[in-house]
Design a protein around this ligand. Structure first.
Ligand code: PLP
Length: 287
């Protein structure tokens, strides 16, 4: 496996960063997770745009043009000979002195990792998953925007830890006002009376690229699709609940905090959206 680091491809063994990298010391950096289906990079442009927006928001200047970075992603796939993969792009502030001041960091560090996919087991897509809601809150939209996909993922990690303590794989975070925001690394949708709802970005959800793809697909299939704030109660009484994300794709949720959702199995709307999504991902990518 070859990893892009310090301007060149190195082996996994040699892919190490300095302890003085501010990404390591302070979580000072941004990242993207991107999926490749049959050699098609899914919505590469959207991921690159989001990466540059995240970087701009934290005043981090990526030392490549968007086109160069896109080419780098494709090149990383090519040198690793991968057709179906998960790609991680990381841009950290780079190596500097101890101390928060980023001005000591001479150059941002750009890392691209492409790996074989570690898919969720197929059974989970057929059975649906059980989740809980947790005490950890999403960071507030008026502080560091949740739209910034930064290297500070402590809230999300705590969500996973809390999920694990409850014996489940994933959980929902609420925002500081108690509205449902999202999962640890995925967006949430509910279906009620034929209408599909997902929280708007300002509630504290990342504007997921899978989320946006599903909103488009739902719209094209003629479903009523709205961004709307909702509470845990609305989730409990929904007909269907599902999560979306680069890693998760579209996965049904059949139990939330012990409440069975709908019939306790993936619903018709979720299944239809997943089927259409799987069709789109191959057609919609960059070769
Ligand atoms: N929410 C958070 C906090 C995430 O980290 C991710 C993963 O990228 C998502 C949602 C899903 O977004 P996407 O569909 O772009 O992967």
């Amino acid at each position: 496996q070859l990893i892009f680091l310090n301007g060149q491809f190195v082996s996994k063994k040699d892919a190490v960063v300095s302890v003085y990298d501010h990404g390591f010391l302070y979580g000072d950096g941004v990242f993207e997770g991107i999926r490749v289906y049959e050699g098609n990079v899914f919505r590469l442009q959207d991921h690159v745009n989001r990466l540059y927006d995240s970087a701009k928001s934290i005043m981090l200047s990526i030392p490549y043009s968007k086109q160069e970075l896109s080419d780098l992603v494709v090149e990383t796939l090519r040198v690793n000979g991968l057709l179906n993969a998960y790609i991680r792009v990381v841009v950290s502030r780079g190596v500097g002195n101890l101390g928060l001041d980023p001005s000591s960091c001479a150059r941002p560090q750009v890392i691209v990792i492409a790996e074989e996919l570690a898919l969720f087991p197929k059974e989970l897509y057929e059975s649906g998953i059980e989740i809980v809601t947790v005490a950890t809150r999403r960071n507030r939209s008026d502080v560091l925007s949740p739209k910034v996909k930064s290297l500070n993922y402590l809230n999300n990690i705590l969500v996973r830890i809390e999920a694990g303590l409850s014996g489940v794989n994933e959980a929902l975070m609420l925002n500081d006002q108690g509205y449902v925001a999202e999962g640890s690394a995925d967006n949430v949708f509910i279906v009620k009376n034929g209408e599909i709802l997902t929280p708007p970005g300002y509630v504290g959800a990342l504007e997921g690229i899978t989320r946006n793809a599903i909103m488009e697909i739902a719209h094209n299939l003629g479903f009523l699709m709205r961004e709307e704030v909702f509470t845990r109660h609305d989730v409990y009484v929904a007909d269907e609940v599902f999560l979306t994300g680069t890693a998760a794709e579209v996965i049904a949720v059949v139990k939330v905090d012990g409440r069975t959702i709908g019939e306790g199995k993936p619903g018709a709307v979720t299944n239809q959206l997943l089927k259409e999504f799987r069709k789109t991902v191959v057609e919609d990518g960059v070769k």
